[in-house]
Design a protein around this ligand. Sequence first.
Ligand SMILES: *Cc1c(COP(=O)(O)O)cnc(C)c1O
Length: 401
Amino acid sequence: MPSPSSTQSHIMGVYSRAGLAFERGEGVWLTSTTGERYLDAVAGIAVNALGHANPVLIEALTAQAHKLWHVSNIFQIPEQEALAKRLTDATFADVVFFTNSGTEAVECALKTARKYFAHKGQPERIDIIGFDGSFHGRTYAAVNASGNASYLEGFGPRLPGYLQIPFGDMAALKAALGPTSCAVIIEPVQGEGGARVLSDSQLREIRQLCSDAGALLIYDEIQCGLGRTGKLFAHDWAPGSEPDIMCVAKALGGGFPVGACLATTEAASGMVFGTHGSTYGGNPLAMAVGCAAFDLLNDEALLDHVKSVAGYLTQQLSGLKDRYPDIIEDLRGKGLLIGIKIKPNNREFMQMARDEHLLIAGGGDNCVRMLPPLNITLDEARELIARFEATCDRARKAATA
Ligand SMILES: *Cc1c(COP(=O)(O)O)cnc(C)c1O
């Protein structure tokens, strides 16, 4: 089979793709179209949180596929009620809107927040405040809310009512909050921005500042949520920091496209009949997989496992940082959302990792990220470290060659 780059592609060129395609996966392993096995610490960017070809998810998908795939949201969808009940039982939220992606969950969150104030007779409250380096998706409102100006370039004027402040700058946040504030949107642990973590006390302070200013707090837990940090949600590490609205996606379908916007009854009070909708969002097929994935993820034993494997990886990586100070600059992240700020170019380093048959992701601030499936075994974690060390070795040799 020709390599993907050697043929004329009919796909829009918006991605920088490695010259590698896969045929099958099992757990943390991917097999390429040329029959080579790779250890997958990208996991679809935190999507395949339960590993590839998870038998429980396959069973849920195929059982539902034989019954009913799709019906319109003009009918009752019991499978939606089932997943919404799980999500609200496990969180601050009372109600859920289902989407097919993360960015749609963010759109719903932003619309919910704006509508809340319009509905309450405060239409002047439109300002959405976010942090530099944040990523909230690629649709129009989401790129305006994201803290990366390059995503907006060439797409027309910036939408009014979106502000960015320096990451974690509490004084700037306090100054930005005022009578026209609608909501603060943050990732408790930044993903694309390079695995930057907000401390528990910062999260609580942000919650307090929002409450004091009468603004809503939106968490984007699309990447850091659903067990990734060793708690069901990243903000669960900071009791008292609960948001009014939260976006989830990625791991929620374990590879099937599902997203959700969760809210309290109060925050969702403007979202009445006719204000929002989706053709596919929450269809029975997606919900069946979502319920099965959620039940596997919302499990203390799995969350304990995440904490212990993450502890092992962090300890090993700090050993590597000591031995490779010329390669590794800084370790970041939380749980199995691991960021490694490196000195060589991160794109080149990712290629060297692929040469060691290890798949890792990039990130802002010249980071590489590891987001392996949450059920990665300790033996596989050892193998991951061995391959990462070999990659550091390659990078050192390349630098001194
Ligand atoms: C991936 C991601 C999104 C966007 O999700 P899509 O499914 O790609 O639309 C939004 N926010 C965060 C934090 C993400 O990691």
